[in-house]
Design a protein. Sequence first.
Length: 274
Amino acid sequence: MKKAKKEYKKREAPEYKKKQVAELAEKIKKAKTIFIASSKGLPGGQFHLIKKRLRGKAELYVAKKNIVLKAISASKKGDMELLNEFIGADKVLLISDLDAFELSGELSDNQTPTKAKAGNIAPEDIRIEPGPTELIPGPAISELSGVGLKVAVENGKLTIKQGAVVAKKGEAIKENVAGVLAKLNILPMKVGFEPIAAYDSKSNKIYTGLKIDKEKTLEELREMIGKSFGFAVKIAYVCESTIRYLISKAGLEEQALSKKLEASDNKATMEGNQ
């Protein structure tokens, strides 16, 4: 006898989940930017503080992966489903009318310094500078020396006489280094939402590499502006910033040339008189 095939009844999604999907899909349809950020390692207090600060700029959602995926599919919004690969554990969804990079800048502004833990990846070279400390002589001498610092006792406390880079950019921070940084109250890490990817409905594009360091960007911009003036002068590019300098330079060169011509004429006259 043939065994009867088991029939599996398709389970209907609960009404509250259908409602969540529909509401989220509607918000996604209307928004300019759909942004994915990581909340891994972010303390609850900081999470809610950032959410509060973003009020009026972005709506923040922490929903199950399948709810978000279904809402994206239901929105039928361009190529937004390409964002699906970035959705997972410890991820939050931000819905906003801000530009993706502008929103990333907001997240950058809401990051706060925190202590380093062993295993953290150094965001930049971490250097301990020379100077006095509040540490008293004892085990701290060998701890500071162990990370490459030269110390001395002054007025009953330790002074760092020669600093050092204790962790290089991109490297894992060692346990002894994390301990020294904590003792010196140096906070090299930042905690906050980390940008992962974003969908821009205006351009219908997915953007990654959204992390913005405003201070570093401004520093690089100032450096480029400084170099651009010299380059513009070198190629004699005429604009509002260079015109005065170029006219002044041309005037000085004209004077120098006139003197040379005058000297040459005088010499020719003297030779003719001879």
